[in-house]
Design a protein around this ligand. Sequence first.
Ligand SMILES: [Zn+2]
Length: 171
Amino acid sequence: MNALFHATTAISVAVLLTDTSRIEQACTSKNRIWTSVFAFFVGIISHGALDYIPHCYPINSKLDAIASLILILTTIWFTNKKYRLIIGLSFLGCIFPDLVDLSPGIINKLTGFNLPINDKLFPWHFHEYSGSIYNGECDNSTLNHSLIILTCSIICWARRSDLQKLFGRDS
Ligand SMILES: [Zn+2]
């Protein structure tokens, strides 16, 4: 699936898992670190679910990479310092499977290097489990992409007080 959908999902994973009042009450950063680790693994799982469902690639790959990078960097920039590790590891988890399985090929293509391309590690990138559609019949894909955006929006709305604290400034 386009990286932009994985990056958008990362924001809702972080919002869903971050209990800001518990973190703010705690005297140590243990809770924050555990939430970050948890967000990383939930991010990987969400990547698997998104790649498994039927999907086309509505965004051109170069534009997708640039837009995702901008989204990731600006979101981290606007995140309250206390929560940057959580949001950072959530982004990393959500794009990690593509970094592992796809980046050597992309680097080779862009730079002319000859990095070894290993077999894919994550099962949702195997041909038989991936939901990638290449025959142009993208109605299901459009529905699935819309449901992802809707789900992320509902999570952010339902947990809006945590969302505000994640991106708010300390008073
Ligand atoms: Zn993937």
